[in-house]
Design a protein around this ligand. Structure first.
Ligand SMILES: O=P(O)(O)OC[C@H]1O[C@H](OP(=O)(O)OP(=O)(O)O)[C@H](O)[C@@H]1O
Ligand SMILES: O=c1cc[nH]c(=O)[nH]1
Ligand SMILES: [Mg+2]
Length: 212
């Protein structure tokens, strides 16, 4: 598994504001949206393209366009929805599938409550969106699901990651044939006793959409 921590002053600036407990929901949503677009620029570095020729007003020019099948973007509900617009702004022709997953707060195990994706993902590049990579259980289950439907590779875009979650994914998919990448704005210190990332930003879903 490949992990990329995007080292950029704009990313650091926006992430700092996002972490701040005084940041209200509307501002949190805007910052999450802006951060994703910056992370997506790096995350899509390996997106498949095909060569094309276009005619400029002066002469033919060699270029590329996104290859088919187009990438599939998969936000993990609920919190991942806050990253969808920022991603599709950069990849407007991508298709979007949905996974609804919730972590049981006492066992920290992920449960899937909704799936709405193409049955056949053969040859598809998938971009999973979830702001928080904590124990890694949610993301591991999402990646298993996508590979189970034939995805060619999976790139996860997370705003924050914990070392425990990265280690868990690395172990879970060690020796696998299909590539996995995690792109994040920061690798934090650790998880606390409740499985929350420290210093983190709290509960991403609650900060985006309110406490349920
Ligand atoms: O790495 P893990 O330990 O599995 O935890 C991370 C998951 O927990 C959060 O979702 P949550 O279960 O709070 O659901 P929500 O998005 O509906 O708030 C977060 O958005 C991830 O999906
Ligand atoms: O720190 C964390 C861990 C899991 N989910 C969150 O929203 N935040
Ligand atoms: Mg939550």
């Amino acid at each position: 598994m490949q992990t990329l921590i995007v080292d950029h002053p704009l990313v650091a600036h926006k992430l700092t504001a996002l972490r701040d407990a005084r940041t209200d929901s509307p501002t949190f949503r805007r910052l999450a949206d802006e951060l994703v677009t910056l992370l997506a620029y790096e995350a899509t570095r390996d997106v498949q393209v095909t060569d094309v020729t276009v005619d400029t007003p002066l002469a033919p020019a060699q270029g590329v366009r996104l290859a088919r099948p187009v990438p599939l973007v998969v936000p993990i509900l609920r919190a991942g929805l806050g990253m969808l617009d920022g991603m599709t702004r950069l990849l407007p022709t991508a298709e979007v599938g949905f996974l609804g997953m919730i972590r049981d707060e006492s066992t920290l195990k992920a449960q899937t409550y909704a799936t709405r994706l193409p049955e056949d993902l053969s040859g598809r590049q998938c971009y999973v969106l979830d702001p928080m990579l904590a124990t890694g259980g949610t993301l591991a289950a999402a990646i298993e699901f996508l590979f189970g439907r034939g995805a060619r590779d999976v790139t996860a875009i997370c705003l924050l990651a914990a070392p425990e979650g990265i280690a868990y994914l690395d172990e879970a998919f060690r020796g696998g044939e299909r590539p996995i990448r995690v792109v994040t704005a920061a690798l934090d210190e650790r998880l606390n006793e409740n499985g929350y990332i420290v210093p983190g930003l709290g509960d991403a879903g609650d900060r985006l959409y309110g406490v349920v």
